[in-house]
Ligand binder design. Structure first.
Ligand code: ZN
Ligand code: ZN
Length: 302
């Protein structure tokens, strides 16, 4: 069975929240990993609404330290402490992250020392490599130090259990040898492990938050199954987008197209598109076909 990567769009709005769209936050779950990417104000309530447990968080990835992406962090950390969070929490972010995290913990007072936190400032390359997945980061082009993240489940060889059943191979500790590709004799039958294995492709999810269009984003997103990108502005507002260091609908779609991703998710919509996200969707579709704009609390899996 393939373990799914589950994505919960906890907040899909931008700098100013609306009734429909909260500040940005995305939760990525894979096996025991629960990775929160950005944590806008009110994110912990979005967790409750989505029936998700913040105490399961293993890593927090911060794109940059603008308020709309981080102001939910102190409250979330406090709740995690009150609920007896007992894992080692890893927080990653661009240059300046260590000082910011310290300031946030200061806000929480002495209690802040109850959490076991590891903070790491990151800018490029592989930042996590654990078992069957890794996380990469690349610098973006915003008006504060900003990074984008890529979460990759590595390609792996798997035993075709259906085939095994069809061949009526009885349960045996030797099945473990088949997984290694060896030929073994089970129940009087010679079985070649290599013929029972199949390749499960790698899966990749990339999250690009506030940035101008840049080749680093294209490179990071290369071949991704899903690119989650900000699209604050419409194409008519491209100049404003450039000025404030953001992507327009078309800019995000261009990254998706050039990186040859399989699907594009747009979020971080400006409040003025709250009621008309179709404008952003239509413009993006003219450049890249497979695009969606989720609502808050929507879940996608791959
Ligand atoms: Zn933002
Ligand atoms: Zn920003």
């Amino acid at each position: 069975m393939v373990e799914k990567i589950k994505l919960n769009f906890l907040g899909t709005g931008s700098a100013i929240p609306t009734a429909r769209r909260n500040h940005p936050a995305v939760l990525l779950r894979y096996k025991a990993e629960s990775v929160l990417i950005d944590c806008g104000e009110g994110t912990q309530r979005q967790f409750r609404k989505a029936h998700l447990n913040p105490c399961k968080i293993t890593k927090i990835l911060i794109s940059h330290w603008h308020g709309d992406h981080v102001l939910g962090l102190p409250g979330l950390l406090q709740t995690m402490m009150l609920n007896g969070y007992n894992k080692k929490l890893e927080i990653y972010g661009p240059k300046g992250t260590s000082a910011k995290v310290r300031q946030f913990f200061d806000l929480l007072g002495r209690k802040g020392q109850d959490l076991d936190v590891k903070v790491k400032e990151v800018s490029r390359g592989k930042i996590v490599d654990e078992g069957d997945f890794y996380i990469e980061v690349a610098e973006m082009d915003h008006d504060a130090p900003a990074v984008a993240y890529s979460f990759v489940v590595k390609e792996k060889m798997r035993l075709d259990k259906a085939k095994l059943k069809k061949m009526k191979v009885p349960n045996s500790p030797l099945v473990g040898e088949l997984v290694k590709g060896k030929t073994v004799e089970i129940g009087g039958k010679k079985i070649n492990g290599k013929k029972l294995m199949y390749k499960e492709d790698a899966r990749k999810v990339v999250v690009v938050m506030d940035t101008r269009y840049n080749e680093g984003a294209v490179k990071l997103a290369k071949g991704a199954d899903l690119l989650i990108s900000e699209a604050t502005y419409s194409k008519e507002e491209q100049e404003i987008a450039d000025e404030y260091g953001h992507l327009s609908s078309v800019g995000a779609a261009k990254i998706a197209k050039k990186a040859k991703v399989k699907g594009l998710v747009l979020m971080h919509l400006s409040q003025r598109y709250e009621a008309i996200p179709k404008v952003i969707l239509k413009e993006a579709k003219e450049v890249f076909k497979d695009v969606i704009i989720p609502e808050d609390l929507d879940e996608v899996e791959l």
